[in-house]
Design a protein. Structure first.
Lengths: 303, 435
């Protein structure tokens, strides 16, 4: 909204002051996320900018903390970096193992949450669905109920049912936490869905399965993928449930970070944080592209 | 004319029929029933999954909060055999009303039970259970059980010889409470109440009250954080709503990126920023606002919790407000201006009331999320920035008083569910949007 020509001086002043205030709030929002990036290249084990860094002296920067991520936990971190060194890193480095666990757990819980969530969202978006409101409330509740309560409940349930300390247990728990995001994104996509398309397909002789895969699925795919990404991020970022129900050797990236922060915070944590920020930038970009695509598909492109 | 004919036809036939001769009404009912079943079948697998992995565990937690068989049942770790324990003493409690002075029979029952406990190697378990109600009891049980075999009649003197604390009425009251596995005593403990030996329910000592204050602090900090989020979120949401779509989409990234960034990353960043040797203090020293020796302690206290949580929850406030503000037609404000309202009046009387649904949605979401926050207060909160979740975690992992943890969690859950219900009534969970 441009400044109106009839605006009084006070209004003009406020117009600019308002933008400055908003800019400051944006700085508040974004600077904590960006600040970790340069700091992770600090040559010194400090959490602030050294004089060398401020003068852009190359001596003030190093990638030693990224290197530490690789070597930490290795059997022979100082050996020559040949094939066996990398094999050692792949097998023993603590952060690499944590990353492997995170990806495995995230992958399976995302698949589970997305498949179950998408199918359920198809049912929930039908107007004839009985008890729609209460069922929706139950399915969304894992997002609302504090994680510590979920973790406590799961701790009792898993130690009773024998799922504690197992991958299956963590995958199930993370799938439950990811489901609300899938439901919300997929139902949001289905709100604008033109049901005459499926009727037309049925009219032309397509079976319900064919209609789903040829007509419905391509149209709701952007919503499904963003839901899946949300579910993946939820799992990838989750630490409380893992702390409560996973075995001690089941380290994930957030759990490793949590331990690192609580014991002795070192700039190595910042290099992990930087990597995670870059991952989230990629995910955000993907979701934004998908959202625009979906809007275009549904004829809602922005004006 | 046509209508009249149709009417007559219908009257002749009695009712409308479909092509295959079924009454239309029942045919429609069947079709609707089939559609309902189909929708229900689609939802059923997920509902079942969530019931098993979420609702049942929470139910189990609620059960744990009212049930603790530490004083009544011993489960062998090796083979899982369950043995009822403290049977004699529980019989004595059943026969004598609360407040009865423990007599020789009571002490005899106690010694018999302690002998069984010694055999089962379970005095620690029972002692721990009583310790929840009356601190210092665990060692009392282990010590007395060790000598239980050697104790002889008269048992009262013999037991009191081992330790005089056995005469304390509070201890006997605690044992009576624990003798029933179903108890509300953990809820009482969770609201800083206790049962006197006479059976009255009273508040515990002023200086031993923890939980009520913590609940109040949790609510107060959550309200404060919600307020801060509103103050910071409103201008941003408004700006995003009035800017052209292209610009606002770009600026929106600045809101969405924090939303997508790992919680631990954001908490870590704040730890880095707020440290006494951190960036914020350094900048202030460099600008001469504070001296090098006057660095402000902003972490491991409430300030840390408030700042970090406000930052983390701000996107949850901005997004719902933005989606409401986007739909407000700017012509309303222009109409008000042309009718002579000042810009302040226009904002106050015309624009602001229309944004209230968005404010309500955002505030409730932020408040609900803040009340249950655990990670951020645990990392940056220090001792006075802890919330109720942190105490639940403490009782789960450190003090191992699981029933008390469950009772605290149940109270928190109850509060959150009320807010959730209100949110559903006022905003509707269907309207929840993510980015």
């Amino acid at each position: 909204m441009a400044l109106a020509t009839y605006a009084s001086p006070t209004e003009k002043a406020w117009y600019y002051a308002y933008r400055v205030i908003c800019a400051l709030i944006f700085v508040f929002l974004i600077s904590p996320i960006l600040i970790v990036m340069p700091l992770s290249f600090n040559a010194e084990p400090y959490f602030t900018f050294t004089r060398e860094m401020l003068t852009l002296d190359p001596a003030g920067y190093s990638t030693r903390w990224y290197d530490l991520l690789l070597t930490f936990g290795m059997e022979a971190p100082d050996g020559p970096r040949d094939g066996s060194w990398w094999a050692d890193a792949w097998a023993n480095a603590a952060w690499i193992n944590a990353a492997k666990n995170s990806v495995i757990i995230g992958f399976f819980s995302t698949i589970l949450a997305t498949v179950l969530g998408t199918v359920a969202a198809l049912g929930l978006s039908r107007p004839e669905m009985p008890f729609r409101r209460i069922i929706m409330a139950i399915l969304i509740s894992p997002m609302i109920v504090p994680l510590i309560i979920t973790a406590t409940g799961l701790f009792f349930f898993y130690s009773w049912s024998g799922l504690a300390n197992s991958y299956v247990g963590v995958v199930f728990a993370h799938a439950t936490l990811g489901i609300p995001f899938v439901i919300i994104t997929v139902t949001a996509t289905l709100i604008g869905f033109d049901h005459s398309l499926t009727r037309a397909a049925a009219n032309l002789g397509a079976s319900p399965t064919t209609t789903f895969f040829k007509i419905t699925m391509p149209l709701i795919l952007p919503g499904v993928i963003s839901g899946a990404l949300f579910a993946f991020v939820t799992s990838f970022d989750e630490v409380v449930v893992v702390l409560f129900i996973a075995a001690h050797d089941q380290q994930t990236i957030p759990r490793q970070m949590w331990n690192g922060i609580r014991e002795q915070i070192s700039p190595a944590i910042l290099s992990v944080a930087t990597i995670l920020v870059i991952i989230s930038i990629c995910l955000l970009t993907t979701v934004e592209i998908l959202r625009r695509r979906s809007e275009k598909l549904r004829g809602l492109s922005p004006t | 004319m046509v209508d009249m004919t149709a009417d007559t036809d219908q009257n002749d036939a009695g009712e409308l029929r479909t092509a295959d001769g079924q009454p239309l009404k029942s045919s429609l009912a069947r079709a609707q029933r089939r559609a309902r079943t189909r929708a229900a079948i689609l939802v059923a697998p997920l509902l079942l999954f969530v019931l098993i992995t979420f609702v049942v565990p929470i139910g189990q937690m609620l059960f744990r909060s009212i049930h603790n068989d530490g004083f009544t049942m011993h489960t062998s770790i090796s083979d899982g055999v369950k043995t009822p324990i403290m049977v004699n003493l529980r019989d004595w409690f059943d026969d004598n009303p609360r407040g009865t002075e423990p007599d020789e029979a009571a002490y005899e029952a106690l010694v018999m039970d302690l002998r069984l406990l010694r055999e089962l190697r379970a005095p620690g378990q029972v002692g721990t259970r009583i310790n929840y109600e009356h601190s210092g009891s665990r060692s009392l049980f282990t010590k007395t059980a060790r000598r239980a075999d050697r104790l002889e009649a008269p048992f009262k003197e013999a037991v009191l010889d081992v330790d005089e604390d056995w005469a304390e009425p509070e201890l006997w009251s605690a044992m009576r409470t624990a003798s029933n596995p179903y108890t509300l005593s953990f809820y009482l403990a969770a609201v800083d109440m206790t049962t006197t030996p006479e059976g009255d329910i009273v508040s515990v000592d002023e200086n031993r009250q923890i939980y009520i204050n913590l609940f109040i602090r949790t609510l107060w900090l959550s309200a404060l954080i919600t307020g801060l989020c509103f103050l910071l979120g409103f201008p941003v949401a408004h700006l995003l709503a009035i800017l052209p779509m292209r610009t606002s989409n770009l600026l929106m990234i600045l809101v969405l990126l924090p939303f997508w960034t790992s919680l631990l990353v954001r908490t870590t960043s704040w730890m880095v920023l707020l440290q006494s040797q951190g960036v914020v203090n350094d900048v202030m020293v460099a600008m001469g606002i504070i001296g090098d020796d006057g660095r402000i302690q902003m972490m491991y206290n409430q300030i840390g919790t408030i700042v970090a949580m406000t930052h983390i929850l701000l996107p949850f406030m901005i997004l719902p407000m933005y989606s409401v503000m986007r739909t407000i037609p700017p012509s309303y404000a222009r109409a008000a201006r042309s009718l002579g309202a000042t810009s302040w009046t226009t904002f106050r009387r015309i624009y602001f009331p229309q944004t209230i649904p968005g404010i309500a949605a955002g505030s409730m979401l932020v408040f609900i999320l803040a009340v249950g926050y655990y990670i951020t207060p645990a990392l940056v909160g220090g001792s006075d920035g802890q919330l109720i979740s942190n105490l639940i975690a403490f009782h789960m992992q450190n003090s191992l008083n699981w029933s008390l943890a469950a009772a605290l969690a149940a109270l928190l859950l109850f509060g959150v569910l009320i807010l959730y219900w209100l949110y559903d009534r006022l905003v509707g969970i269907d309207n929840m949007k993510l980015g």
